[in-house]
Design a protein around this ligand. Structure first.
Ligand SMILES: *[C@@H]1O[C@H](CO)[C@@H](O)[C@H](O)[C@H]1NC(C)=O
Ligand SMILES: *[C@@H]1O[C@H](CO)[C@@H](O)[C@H](O)[C@H]1NC(C)=O
Ligand SMILES: *[C@@H]1O[C@H](CO)[C@@H](O)[C@H](O)[C@H]1NC(C)=O
Ligand SMILES: *[C@@H]1O[C@H](CO)[C@@H](O)[C@H](O)[C@H]1NC(C)=O
Ligand SMILES: *[C@@H]1O[C@H](CO)[C@@H](O)[C@H](O)[C@H]1NC(C)=O
Ligand SMILES: *[C@@H]1O[C@H](CO)[C@@H](O)[C@H](O)[C@H]1NC(C)=O
Ligand SMILES: *[C@@H]1O[C@H](CO)[C@@H](O)[C@H](O)[C@H]1NC(C)=O
Length: 336
């Protein structure tokens, strides 16, 4: 009955509530209710069970500000234990809610657990994910954005928009099958592709990408500067990230500000998060490819391991991307 109650509670309360509690009047609380369960999806054309949060894959973004207390009530609707980690977030005055084995117990199937921690002195981009059983290969991840309070300055102007992009290798085998392979000493082999925000590639090449795959479109307005947060949520593949025809100014990685530098492309390794400022200063007569392709592998063999989304200007004619071929990977170095 208790489980039914928890499920009902999770179903109604999805919105974030921010409230100041009398006990800590200065530090606000953000409450989240998550129901973590399987969702059927076919990102690369093969139907499989992926891990969604409140029915969404990827999960919702935890959008909070420094000093906030974060309270996440997680109901495990999977058929196996679940443990969620807030990777890279230092938990103030708390050493046992970081969601990894050893400090935290997994939530048994059908049960709920409430994580509670305060975010402090780390302003930037992170992501959460299930930390055991290779579940991340099935999803269960989402963004954590820690904003600055107004009294704290950030070393760049306020962007006109904020866009989160998850890139990651993907297998058509589900995580329980992948786990069996590893347990029996087999290598996972080459992934079946790369997802961008949980979706397969735009059909940039008819022989590499089957018809009918849903791809991600990133909508922008011309003449603006966006903060684009890129997370590699995959299992094992380093990915080169680039946006056709656009410079990306690197400004932040996992809560640390970097030397600001222009890149045409950058390698994002598994688990890494970066913020780039991207100015929409190109001709809107066509769309542009957003690409994440396998790195440090044999490009001929790994051709299919590429995620392709579309960047579309609001004043665009909606024409296809200018060049039928993907922008090339070049070595990771600042553009001149
Ligand atoms: C994974 O796929 C196998 C069949 O290959 C199936 O038996 C199993 O139930 C699936 N697991 C999940 C979680 O979908
Ligand atoms: C995230 O929170 C910040 C600060 O409270 C707010 O300005 C911004 O609009 C929020 N973003 C989203 C996507 O809700
Ligand atoms: C489980 O969820 C219920 C309903 O939201 C809540 O009252 C209870 O405190 C939660 N239990 C744990 C251990 O988090
Ligand atoms: C599409 O991919 C195939 C197989 O890798 C390749 O032979 C062909 O040249 C590609 N076509 C284009 C237009 O890039
Ligand atoms: C990045 O390149 C653009 C266009 O060339 C230039 O306007 C801008 O100042 C550069 N930014 C940095 C931080 O180098
Ligand atoms: C944009 O591209 C179109 C088609 O190539 C061209 O006709 C137009 O002049 C370009 N506009 C600008 C501002 O460069
Ligand atoms: C990449 O793989 C192809 C096909 O197996 C092979 O012919 C080629 O020599 C490989 N290239 C490198 C650099 O190993």
């Amino acid at each position: 009955m208790w489980r039914a109650l928890a499920a009902a509670a999770a179903a109604v309360a999805v919105a974030v509530v921010v409230a100041a509690r009398p006990a800590a009047a200065t530090d606000p609380y953000a409450f989240f209710d998550w129901d973590v369960g399987y969702v059927t999806a076919a990102p690369l054309g093969v139907k499989q069970q992926v891990i969604g949060i409140n029915g969404k894959f990827p999960g919702p973004t935890v959008n909070i500000s420094t000093n906030w207390n974060v309270v996440v009530n997680v109901l495990n609707d999977l058929d196996e234990p679940l443990l969620i980690t807030w990777n890279g977030i230092q938990h103030r005055k708390n050493c046992w809610q970081d969601g990894v084995l050893g400090t935290n117990c997994p939530i048994p199937s059908g049960w709920n657990w409430t994580y509670e921690f305060q975010v402090k002195d780390q302003i930037g981009s992170f992501f959460y994910f299930p930390s055991t059983g290779l579940q991340r290969a099935a999803g269960g991840y989402g963004g954590v954005v820690v904003n600055n309070r107004d009294v704290i300055a950030v070393p760049f102007g306020r962007p006109d928009g904020d866009i989160t992009i998850f890139i990651g290798d993907w297998y058509n085998k589900n995580h329980t099958d992948l786990r069996k392979m590893l347990d029996s000493g087999k290598d996972l082999g080459m992934p079946d592709g790369v997802l961008i925000n949980g979706k397969g590639p735009y059909r940039y090449n008819d022989s590499l990408v089957p018809a009918g795959i849903e791809y991600e479109t990133i909508n922008v307005d011309p003449g603006k500067t966006y903060r684009i947060r890129v997370h590699n949520v995959g299992t094992s593949t380093s990915l080169n990230f680039r946006i056709q025809g656009h410079n990306m100014v690197l400004v932040e990685t996992e809560g640390s500000y970097t030397t600001q530098q222009n890149y045409t492309n950058l390698d994002v390794h598994v688990g890494q998060s970066y913020s780039f400022l991207v100015t929409t200063d190109q001709n809107a007569s066509s769309d542009y490819y957003v690409v994440a392709s396998a790195r440090m592998v044999n490009d001929t063999v790994w051709r299919r391991v590429a995620g392709v989304a579309v960047l579309r200007y609001s004043n665009s004619g909606g024409g296809p991307a200018r060049s039928p071929t993907l922008p090339r990977t070049s070595s990771t170095s600042p553009s001149p």
